[in-house]
Design a protein around this ligand. Structure first.
Ligand SMILES: [Zn+2]
Length: 314
């Protein structure tokens, strides 16, 4: 964190650096909350499946997000909907050959697991709060022109449980869940547009999600909205256990600047909504604070995978 406020003697509340510093405080507070502990406890119940089982799940149910066995769902307060067909995966069979021995692998057997969309009951604990309220004026319609100016089309369709949006590079589509509140839809459009601009070839899912959400947070701030109730929780789920948001943003500062500048530039052309110019123009400050500008060093990524205990997409 730098101390530009002191040097300048004036409080520049809405500079990008300041906004991201505020976000960091939100994330820190969240990580000390009961909601975060409940989220971690629930997530610890989900297996990390082997690559082979991830493939088996993806083949049988490509839109799966949270997958667990019948009993685990029961323990999490949810039950499998009658008539749902299980997803078959291979579970190891372990046997003790003598009373003193450790268990040894003796083979595999087929077991059934179920995606969260095949269950109902108590919602899973989540640190992410959907943004409520409508988006004022014509912002959502204007964003359609912004999206089109980058060669994509905005499209609304029902998405799998818990998924708010998707970027489909092959068909150049940004797909949005229509039943979310207006402000959430606007934030998701910007998040997916950031993916469209930055991540066609990015396989590090955590890096991609952090960049896209940081862009969405900054663009929403320039439009006069605070997306931190959603963004802080979302970023926290994609940050490494001991990783600070400031580190992650410093490593991605060029990408975050590039996408937020491009989207705000297009908004100036297509939108009549006033933009907070202060939070649009402080581009040098992000780079200034970066220690690893433009470098991939130290990135601790995970490969893109359809199966994860985390929120699928925004
Ligand atoms: Zn995303």
């Amino acid at each position: 964190m730098d101390h530009e406020i002191d040097h300048h003697g004036t409080q520049r509340t809405f500079s990008r650096r300041d906004l991201l510093d505020q976000l960091e405080i939100h994330i820190r507070n969240l990580k000390q909350s009961d909601a975060w502990v409940a989220y971690l406890r629930a997530q610890s119940r989900f297996h990390h499946y082997s690559p082979r089982n991830v493939m088996l799940i993806a083949m049988q149910r490509p839109d799966a997000t949270n997958v667990a066995g019948f009993t685990t769902w029961k323990e999490l307060g949810r039950s499998v909907i009658r008539g749902e067909r299980g997803i078959n995966i291979l579970a190891p069979v372990l046997k003790r050959t003598s009373p003193d021995d450790n268990e040894a692998l003796t083979g595999f057997r087929w077991v059934s697991v179920f995606d969260i969309a095949q269950t109902h009951g108590r919602p899973l604990p989540s640190p992410v709060v959907l943004l409520h309220g409508e988006s004022p004026g014509a912002i959502e319609a204007e964003l359609e022109h912004v999206v089109a100016s980058f060669g994509f089309s905005l499209h609304y369709e029902r998405l799998p449980f818990g998924v708010n949006g998707e970027c489909r590079w092959q068909s150049r589509l940004i797909v949005i869940e229509p039943q979310n509140p207006g402000l959430q839809r606007v934030k998701t459009i910007v998040h997916e547009l950031a993916h469209a601009l930055l991540h066609e070839h990015q396989v590090l899912r955590d890096v991609a999600e952090i960049e896209a959400e940081a862009v969405a947070f900054l663009v929403l701030a320039a439009l006069g909205f605070d997306s931190s109730p959603y963004s802080a929780g979302y970023l926290a789920t994609w940050l490494g256990d001991d990783q600070e948001i400031s580190e992650a943003i410093s490593r991605s500062c060029l990408e975050i600047q590039h996408a937020s500048d491009a989207i705000l530039g297009a908004l100036r052309r297509f939108s009549s909504h006033p933009l907070d110019e202060e939070s649009c123009t402080q581009t040098s400050e992000l780079a200034h604070s970066s220690t690893l500008t433009g470098s991939n060093m130290g990135r601790k990524g995970i490969l893109a995978s359809p199966i994860s205990g985390r929120t699928q997409s925004t």
